[in-house]
Design a protein around this ligand. Structure first.
Ligand code: NAD
Length: 339
């Protein structure tokens, strides 16, 4: 029996990289049935809403969605459609692995970079609790709300993830020396929960030091768990370590539904040109395959990506190669067929 998955092709380069990803999953022989639904500025133009009810219903039914990047149209009452979907389904853990591919030469190729950033996705400065103070916007206030409950579930998620994935260390990143209450709470919860996982090493690190350490000694990091804003920044830093946004996947995990998407956006500057790098979305799809239990297919996909990235003739332009989206995808499919 096939497994149904909601599919959002998205805006900008979204349709190009989603189509490439779907054809690669088909080549893997995974029996998925795509339920295509709309979201983003394309949906707004065609249907009058950037987030149709049918899209939410489809994700609720299937509990799993593969999503291309979305542009949020201005004046629709949404700050971000992506955030709206994550919030609607309480996808509290944003998981972003960053591993240097042995096939690629980057500034950090001589170093082992293989870390996973687990970012709290619902609270902190990104919760949108903010207002301006009159007259003339004399001041503005954003509230950083962090609850014990959300700290507990994200820290526990990070430890469980580490155990499941055979990883040995969790680093909790914070700014508790200055944000003594909100980040102090996260640190206190982290230290308490760490005692339940004596098979996993635990340490904490102040965020500014962590930025420096990630550049100077990235090999020391395994799983990083942190709050929303720091997680957003650190995961782009990690993307830079492995060669750029075109390579970095992401998953948004809730108690029920999960959403798999690339870290990058709609890349309007290259949309429609057929040159976008689909690797980040394909790796997100690889995480989705693991999530759905197709572990060996996910591994085969990563092996094929490593093979295709190894040669400039099968790498896309953003990575210094000469391939386009189609020829790169074809190289991947051939690599999958070779096994
Ligand atoms: P972006 O990630 O779209 O682009 C940044 C740069 O990276 C551009 O030069 C782009 O060409 C390049 N790039 C990105 N992905 C690429 C790929 N797969 N292959 C080759 N090059 C790639 O960031 P931006 O320009 O700041 O944002 C554009 C739009 O995307 C905005 O509307 C933003 O809100 C949206 N966005 C959506 C998501 C999402 O849906 N999850 C995430 C980030 C940004």
């Amino acid at each position: 029996m096939s497994r149904k998955v909601s599919l959002i092709r998205g805006d900008g380069i979204g349709p190009e990289i989603v189509d490439a990803t779907v054809s690669v999953i088909e080549a893997l022989g995974v029996n998925l049935e795509w339920e295509e639904v709309r979201a983003g500025s394309g949906a707004y133009k065609d249907l009058g809403t950037p987030l149709p009810e049918e899209t939410l219903l489809s994700i609720a039914r299937n509990q799993c969605v593969l999503k291309g990047p979305l542009e949020t149209p201005i004046g629709t009452g949404f700050r971000s459609i992506n955030v709206a979907i994550r919030k609607h389904f309480d996808m509290y853990a944003n998981v972003r692995p960053a591993k240097i591919s042995p096939a690629m030469t980057t500034r950090f190729s001589d170093t082992k970079v293989d870390m996973v950033i687990v970012r709290e996705n619902t609270e902190g400065a990104y919760a949108g609790i903010e207002h301006v103070i009159p007259p003339n916007r004399a001041a503005a206030e954003t509230i950083i709300l962090i609850t014990r409950w959300a700290c507990e579930r994200i820290v526990r998620y990070a430890f469980e993830y580490a155990r499941r994935e055979g990883r040995s260390k969790v680093t909790l990143v914070h700014k508790a020396n200055i944000l003594k209450e909100s980040n102090g709470l996260l640190l206190e919860v982290g230290q308490t929960i760490a005692r339940e996982y004596d098979d996993i090493q635990f340490e904490d690190m102040i965020v500014d030091n962590c930025c420096m350490q990630m550049v100077v000694r990235p090999e020391q990091f395994d799983v990083i768990v942190t709050e929303n804003l720091f997680g957003d920044i650190l995961s782009d830093l990690a993307a830079g370590l492995i060669g750029g946004l075109g390579l970095t996947p992401g998953a948004n995990i809730g108690e029920g539904a999960a959403m798999f998407e690339a870290v990058h956006g709609t890349a309007p500057d290259i949309a429609g040109k057929g040159i976008a790098n689909p690797t980040a979305l394909m790796r997100s799809a690889g995480m989705m395959l693991g999530h759905l239990g197709y572990v060996s297919e996910g591994k085969l996909l990563e092996k094929a990506i490593t093979k295709a990235l190894a040669s400039p003739s099968t790498r896309t332009g953003d990575l210094g190669g000469t391939a386009n989206t189609k020829t790169y995808t074809q190289a991947l499919i051939s690599a999958i067929q070779e096994g």
